[in-house]
Write a protein that binds this ligand. Structure first.
Ligand code: SF4
Length: 324
């Protein structure tokens, strides 16, 4: 373990080159100076609007993309150093990505049994038929699909959206991972069933002692699921810290704007009025200095000159703003 952390990112950058004649030398700045840690058994929400870089961050950690610079360390090992298939396989067992789309992420021609037993067999986690059967039934029961035998013989199209997402989550947990990267796991589900899936995920986390990196655009959902929150904007982290401090004591003008726009009185998020102009910027040629400066009502001349550092204002609460 790396200083007690299951996962640590240090100043990670990921830029994607634009394709096409006119695009030469231009990049999508998806991640810049991204740094955070995730303790064993801890849950951290990565919150941001579409285009903030949060899904790229999860994809880099899942090794779907290689980062350009900085380091991504899991259990003390830099993931870019893995070269062999065996190392990649060992990593895939340790870190599982749960996708947003419960409809597109399950093979429609496979039964739930086939979908769940494949990763268990690939990672050699069951000795013999009986142990495999016991594992399949246990994980299905734990995601709330009971009686398990009923579900194992069905195909994905015979399940509801919520049930499919439960299978998706079961597949992630089937290999006994240490870290779950959950990319908007409830955003495509009906509002009425989201809470059930979120509660099931919290229950599984307790039972299995995993760490969650929970990616969402929903501040209220992040608050419900996680003990810490990191808010991303235009490829950078703007504020990170314990959930209640970031939400109740939001310092960064963008986080205050996000909080003001949060549409849920039942979540306990009080609305505050924050004036901001414009839209989230393109990650191609993002604004200089503070990336929020074109929209920030408090911007001064210096805000566009240099990128503010992520400054610790106490208690593990960090803010990227000259006002902090
Ligand atoms: Fe606004 Fe300046 Fe703070 Fe950026 S650094 S959020 S522009 S006050």
């Amino acid at each position: 373990m790396n200083g007690g952390y299951a996962l640590e990112l240090r100043s990670v950058r990921k830029h994607f080159p634009l394709r096409g004649l006119m695009a030469r030398g231009r990049f999508v700045h998806a991640m810049d100076d991204i740094g955070f840690s995730l303790g064993a058994g801890e849950s951290l929400a990565l919150v941001g609007e579409s285009g903030s870089g949060k899904t790229t961050t999860a994809s880099v950690i899942a090794r779907l993309y290689e980062h350009d610079s900085g380091s991504v360390v899991v259990d003390g090992e830099e993931i870019a150093a893995f070269r062999s298939r065996a190392e990649a396989l060992r990593y895939r067992k340790k870190v599982q990505l749960i996708f947003q789309d419960p409809f597109g992420s399950l093979n429609p021609t496979h039964t739930i049994r086939q979908i769940l037993e494949r990763p268990i067999l690939i990672h050699g986690l069951a000795k013999g038929k009986d142990e495999l059967e016991a594992r399949l039934r246990e994980i299905l029961e734990q995601v709330g699909l009971s009686p398990a035998g009923e579900y194992l013989r069905r195909f994905p199209h015979e399940l509801s959206g919520g049930q499919r997402q439960r299978v998706n989550i079961a597949r992630g947990f089937a290999v006994e991972p240490e870290i779950i990267l959950a990319d908007e796991p409830t955003s495509m589900l009906d509002v009425s069933i989201r809470m059930g899936v979120m509660n099931m995920m919290l229950d599984l986390k307790e039972r299995r002692g995993v760490s969650y990196l929970y990616i969402t655009h929903d501040l209220a959902g992040a608050r419900y699921m996680c003990s810490r929150i990191a808010v991303m904007y235009a490829g950078m982290i703007m504020e990170i810290g314990p959930t209640d401090e970031v939400i109740q004591g939001a310092v960064h003008p963008y986080v205050r704007l996000l909080k003001a726009a949060s549409p849920s009185p039942e979540s306990g998020l009080a609305r505050t009025r924050v004036a901001a102009k414009g839209e989230i910027p393109s990650l191609i040629d993002p604004p200089s200095g503070c990336r929020f400066h074109p929209r920030c009502p408090y911007a001064t001349g210096g805000c566009s000159a240099a990128v503010p550092a992520l400054r610790d204002i106490g208690g593990g609460h960090l803010v990227r703003c000259v006002l902090a």
